[in-house]
Ligand binder design. Structure first.
Ligand code: UDP
Ligand code: MG
Length: 140
């Protein structure tokens, strides 16, 4: 995959609070193009695999429980400098520390239930996109 792509999930708290449309609107307004998107519900092993890098962290159990608690929207996004620009758009992990106007500042409940995921590198964007979508499901 090209390095101008990133991967996102709108997390269960934001889907539950009906913020999906407003978040997608912010993503498009910020200049991202949607290359793949689906509403889905992670099971235990999928969430554990997706977040395997955090398996030794104290919040891992809580994170997996949360990410399997309800539906999510997974998407592949394209834009120049996609990974860094998307991290900027979503803001800090903890919404209390996120800048005004960021998605997490506007829609996140807490550091754990923080509304959206954004890949942290081009390499992880590709791994995470391929975890959720086959090549056939991605446009272009
Ligand atoms: N998380 C948590 N407690 C923490 C740190 C992280 O529950 O102290 C959760 C939170 O949902 C976060 C995810 O674990 O988005 C992944 O953590 P990471 O440090 O990668 O933050 P992100 O890259 O999502 O900003
Ligand atoms: Mg991360």
């Amino acid at each position: 995959m090209a390095t101008n792509r990133t991967f996102t999930m709108i997390k269960p708290d934001a889907v539950e609070s009906n913020s999906t449309g407003k978040i997608i609107d912010m993503i498009i307004e910020a200049g991202f193009t949607i290359k793949a998107m689906k509403l889905t519900h992670l099971n235990q092993s999928e969430a554990e695999t997706f977040y395997a890098v955090h398996s030794e962290r104290p919040f891992f159990g809580e994170l997996v429980e949360y990410m399997t608690s309800g539906p999510i929207v997974a998407a592949v996004l394209e834009k120049d400098n996609a990974v860094a620009d998307f991290r900027k758009l979503i803001g800090a992990t903890d919404p209390a520390e996120a800048e005004d106007g960021t998605i997490r500042k506007l829609y996140a409940e807490s550091k754990a239930k923080n509304a959206v995921h954004g890949s942290d590198s081009d390499e992880n964007a590709e791994i995470e996109s391929n975890f959720h979508f086959s090549g056939r499901e991605m446009v272009g």
